[in-house]
Every structure is written in C-alpha cells, then in structure tokens.
Write a protein that binds this ligand. Structure first.
Ligand code: C5P
Length: 298
C-alpha cells in the first residue's frame, strides 16, 4: 500500500475542548510524497523500517507506540482476533514534520492487513478505526482534497479543479504536535470556540488559480510553530523572496511548504533554495490519492 503526506491548505483552530483536543476546520490536500507499507504473512506481528537518507530512522517509534502496531491491534479487535504479519514500512515522509507521515503509515497498514487476512472490513468501520488511531488518519485513507472537521477526523471530499505544485522543505529536527497546540493555547487565550471557517480557501480551490490559492492559505498553528522555531519564519521569507507565491508551515510544522505556479516554477524554486544551503528540498504535486494498492515494487 502507498500512502501520501498531507498539507493543510487551511487550518482553523478553536479553543481546546473538554477532552483536550482542539476543534478544527481544516482543508487537507494529499501530495505526492509517499510512504510504502507492505504486509507479508508471518506467525507474529513485527515491523521493519527502511528510510530514505533525509530521514532519521531513530526518530520513528518501532514499538507499541507505532501507528502500524496500533492499527493491527485495533483492526484485530474489531474482528475479534489477533492479527499477525511482517509489516515493512519504507518511509520517505519526514517524521514529526506536520505532514502526517505516521498517520499515512497507520492508514496504509489498516488496508494492507485487511487485504492480507481477507477481512473485508467495511469502509465505515475502517474510517472509525482510523479516527481512533489519530485525528489525521481518516484523511490518509480518503486522500485527494477534503474538508476536515471535529478534531480533524470527520472528512468529506471537496471540489478541487487545480493541479497544485509544492516545494516541501523539511527540518532536520521534528516538532511535537501536542507542544505546538499547547503553545497555541498560551498565545491565543482568546481563541474562539468555533474555529475560523474555510470558505475563502474552498472558493480559491474552485478557481484552479495558484495565485488565488496562495492568497487564501491559512494556518492558525503557524504562529506558535514559528515562535518555537524562529528559523521557520526566516525560511518562509527566503522562499517568498526567491519567488514562491506563498510559503506556509504545514500543520503543526516544522515542515514549510511553498506554493508555486507550475512544475517548472517549483523546480526553479527548489534549485534556488538548495543554492542558499537548504539541504533537503522536495517537489510534489497535489492532489493525489489516499492509501491505495500499488503493484509490487519495481
Ligand atoms: O489525534 P492525534 O493523535 O494525531 O493528536 C496528537 C495530539 O495533538 C493530541 O494528543 C493533542 O495534544 C493534539 N491535537 C489537538 N487537537 C486536534 C488534534 C490534535 O489538540 N484537533
């Protein structure tokens, strides 16, 4: 199974609920930066991990905390049995980056184990288990471009007529999502109960025009993320002065994504950022599919 990273085109955050989660109005887009998850028959449940060279494998939990493990446990519980498998994760999505890489792995593992054991889990059950795994996991199943509400787990596809080109700049050091939300609470004690709506962004998506989308991008977690990591603000300024239509922190960060006019523009910007000393600069487009089966590796 292949599962994509996400960027949040709009991330409106309200005041924390009683359960500690924040109500969100968000627009997710799946972009072509993917992890691959393969489930092989085995007598017990094990996880193996390979990473591309820009990812610190040591930062990925491979024990019971890993979303792949938790996916196997929750899917097994749903079917009243224990699931086994040797699950291989090949990571290209930066860890703790605000790109929902762990969620992508969890979503891919759910579908991979469902297929391996021929469980025929219904879509509704998969979405419910995904929501239990994490707020971003249902979107990782659905993919495309979608509106997320609740704590992000309630997703519905939205109309998106464009092809959007992104330059993605991960940071070497990840950021903890709970820490960024806690900092949001400190900086925004006046946050509204109802998060800012996404109408402007949804309207921009329907134009298909990168300049309109650039103007509409919005992330309430950007301020706390940049306050925790001031270098992200400098990176956004640098990308915009090198010609990006707009730079924005992805989700809770620290990854910064730059919207570009076209594939050529994205490649030019990536080159320019690398010449300024940025080590890892990726180019991807959206929207792409959610977790899906791919023919075995070539
Ligand atoms: O749902 P998920 O496991 O991805 O959330 C990780 C953490 O991020 C939560 O424990 C919470 O601290 C924070 N979070 C939040 N509001 C959300 C989503 C996540 O406060 N809507």
């Amino acid at each position: 199974m292949r599962a994509a990273a996400k960027v949040n085109l709009h991330l409106g955050v309200g005041a924390a609920r009683e359960d500690g989660f924040h109500p969100l109005t968000t627009v997710y887009q799946a972009v072509g930066l993917c992890d691959d998850v393969t489930a092989h028959p085995a007598d017990d449940l094990t996880l193996t991990l390979t990473t591309t060279d820009w990812i610190d494998a040591g930062a990925v939990p491979v024990d019971g905390d890993n979303l792949v493990h938790r996916a196997a446990v929750l899917l097994g519980r749903h079917h009243g049995r224990e699931l086994t498998g040797r699950v291989e994760v090949e990571k290209a999505i930066p860890v703790a980056g605000g790109l929902a890489g762990g969620s992508a792995d969890g979503a891919a593992a759910l579908v991979a184990l469902d297929r391996l054991h021929d469980l025929r889990t219904t879509d509704d059950a998969l979405l419910a288990i995904a929501a239990e795994l994490g707020s971003d996991v249902p979107f990782a199943l659905v993919g495309g471009t979608a509106l997320g509400t609740g704590r992000g787990e309630l997703v519905e596809p939205v109309s998106d007529v464009g092809t959007w080109w992104w330059v993605i700049v991960p940071s070497r050091q990840g950021l903890s999502t709970p820490e960024v939300y806690r900092h949001f609470d400190r900086l925004r004690p006046d946050a509204p109960e109802t998060p800012p709506g996404a109408d402007v962004l949804l309207g921009a998506l329907r134009t298909g025009q990168p300049v309109s989308l650039a103007r509409a991008l919005h992330n309430d977690l950007q301020e706390p993320a940049v306050d925790l990591r001031p270098e992200l603000g400098l990176l956004i300024d640098r990308g915009e002065s090198e010609g990006a239509l707009r730079g924005i922190v992805s989700g809770s960060g620290p990854t910064v994504v730059f919207l570009c006019e076209s594939a050529d523009h994205a490649r030019d910007l990536a080159g320019a950022l690398m010449r300024t000393g940025q080590e890892v600069v990726l180019v991807a487009n959206g929207a792409v599919a959610g977790a899906h089966l791919v023919p075995s590796h070539v």
